[in-house]
Ligand binder design. Sequence first.
Ligand SMILES: Nc1ncnc2c1ncn2[C@@H]1O[C@H](COP(=O)(O)OP(=O)(O)OP(=O)(O)O)[C@@H](O)[C@H]1O
Ligand SMILES: [Mg+2]
Length: 296
Amino acid sequence: MVNLPTARQTTRETMEDTQTQAATARPAAPTDSTPADAVMRVEGLNVYYGDFLAVKDVTLRFARHEITALIGPSGCGKSTVLRSLNRMNDLIPSARVEGAVFFNDQDIYDPDVDPVEVRRRVGMVFQKPNPFPKSIYENVAWGARINGFKGKRGELDDLVERALRQAALWDEVKDKLHESGYSLSGGQQQRLCIARALAPNPEVLLMDEPASALDPIATLRIEELMLSLKEQYTIIIVTHNMQQAGRVSDRTAFFSVEVDERGQRTGKLVEFDLTDKLFTQPAMKETEDYITGRFG
Ligand SMILES: Nc1ncnc2c1ncn2[C@@H]1O[C@H](COP(=O)(O)OP(=O)(O)OP(=O)(O)O)[C@@H](O)[C@H]1O
Ligand SMILES: [Mg+2]
């Protein structure tokens, strides 16, 4: 079994430093069209479900400490691509992946790589908040325990508090940590799921439409949270909401669906660029039609 390489030190001190900085400043938008420092790279990715080619030939780079949005019409393969980034597709028996996905230059589909380790380092938050039927505390502690956490109770308390603070939920739950996760509002439940995903100390956070089940205020809170988290993590988000992609992401990948003569629908990457550029001067007509609402 190989160890996945790391590109940063994850001490509590650096986490606290970055949290303080995150509260005060939003970093300048990037200007380089091709990110030099990519935490993840996808090369020639094809994903099949059985014989069905769902998405083809995707090549993309995900820049470290940035937010990348995946957008496009329903069925174009956004969730499929996202799941391939932490081997979540392994859990779907018919799914098969071709091509390579590199995490800090290690191909995560290499037979020597442990998929559980991949999912710890590349965490995931889903569309519908899915807390476990356990207390708020236990939901977050679970993330640490599956990661083999063997510290003392006090250390686990600290870890739970840190993850809940990072997910901007601590103040709302600190006096009821032992109540059920289900007792929280939808937006709070989603932040609890974010805290659970952060507890194992991942480098990358994948989010599949994390705010689509939430009201506008809870949505804005999640967006603010994402902006503060990118100081420490790399975030890849699928969203149907183009305003949201425009508000939070540094770069955007636009996917669409190609229909062949037999009526087979295959997702493909149309354009990938800085969000500001893609939304104001798209290179491809298909992108322009989509962002101006003429399609999709
Ligand atoms: N588990 C599965 N088994 C078989 N086919 C699947 C499975 N999941 C997705 N697909 C198919 O793969 C294609 C891409 O689906 P995917 O869910 O990735 O699209 P999406 O862009 O996330 O769509 P949406 O915006 O509706 O969530 C679709 O044709 C879909 O029907
Ligand atoms: Mg989807």
